[in-house]
Design a protein around this ligand. Structure first.
Ligand code: ZN
Length: 277
């Protein structure tokens, strides 16, 4: 599933292929053909990631905004050979020597010059964990706004901090030994900063590619708790638990009730938690 590191890496790949080049073909299901044609002839001047968003900027000020969510896919093809496919891809962006192809992309739009600052989903984005000038203070303030939300839901909110998805959510909270059910208001600033620093470190360590690793080990799983419900915790041997968090249907959070049970969550403890205490 694409998280901040995946999109950061994708932006690098796309940048290598198209930066400074003239667009020779551009079409997508999401944009009218006559509008899409006006992109042809323009030069790609910037390719960046912001959280889980990919932005391709052209020399006339317009920006192609892509968000892959769960299933979207963007691939970079080298060379001028165009494969014949039964159905036209959802996105075609060709430059001399390379082609960007996309499929199943839920968010794909062409923003007019200046419109990026006004696009609600981009304007409201929290500080990007992979940005060299990541603003930790601002991220802490944005998390504070979500005071009542459990931390396992709050750090997934891209308006608070951009880049964390389901894998990092579970792994970061495990590594920092924080119960995902605890509300943001119960955590002090230094704890929030620890979470942000850990998330930054993990995302940064994984931007080089290869399988996503949050647990450095010669053998066994590459994650501490993610997708490990009911399996033994690598630290304490207790059973890893899973729960749904966030707006229904929610997203699964994996955690070790024993290792991450340092703070009492509000409401009834889960069965796994009470058994382990
Ligand atoms: Zn444990």
């Amino acid at each position: 599933m694409p998280e901040g590191d995946t999109i950061y890496r994708l932006a690098e790949k796309v940048r290598d292929a198209v930066l400074g080049k003239v667009v020779t073909a551009f079409s997508t299901h999401a944009i009218a053909d006559d509008v899409a044609r006006t992109v042809v002839g323009h030069v790609v001047v910037e390719v960046v990631s912001r959280g889980k968003n990919l932005l391709v900027r052209f020399d006339d000020g317009r920006t192609l905004h892509i968000h892959l969510r769960m299933l979207g896919r963007v691939v970079v093809r080298r060379g001028n050979v165009v494969a014949v496919t039964a159905r036209p891809p959802q996105l075609v962006l060709d430059v001399p020597g390379a082609s960007i192809r996309g499929s199943r992309i839920p968010v794909l739009r062409l923003l007019r010059a200046g419109a990026e600052a006004r696009a609600p989903d981009l304007r409201s984005l929290g500080p990007d964990l992979l940005s060299p000038d990541f603003d930790e203070d601002l991220a802490v303030r944005r998390l504070r706004v979500l005071a009542k939300r459990p931390i396992g839901d709050a750090i997934m909110q891209q308006r608070a901090v951009a880049g964390i998805g389901n894998v990092y959510k579970s792994e970061v909270l495990f590594l920092e030994r924080i119960d995902p059910r605890v509300p943001v208001s119960a955590l002090d600033a230094s704890t929030l900063r620890r979470i942000l620093k850990r998330a930054r470190a993990l995302l940064s360590a994984n931007v080089k590619g290869g399988p996503r690793v949050t647990r450095n080990s010669l053998a066994g799983p590459r994650t501490w708790v993610y997708l490990r419900a009911r399996k033994a915790c690598f630290v304490c041997g207790g059973a890893i638990a899973a729960l749904q968090q966030g707006a229904p249907p929610g997203r699964t959070t994996y955690f070790c009730p024993r290792c991450q049970g340092g703070l009492t969550p509000p409401g009834k403890p889960t069965r796994a938690a009470s058994q382990d205490r």
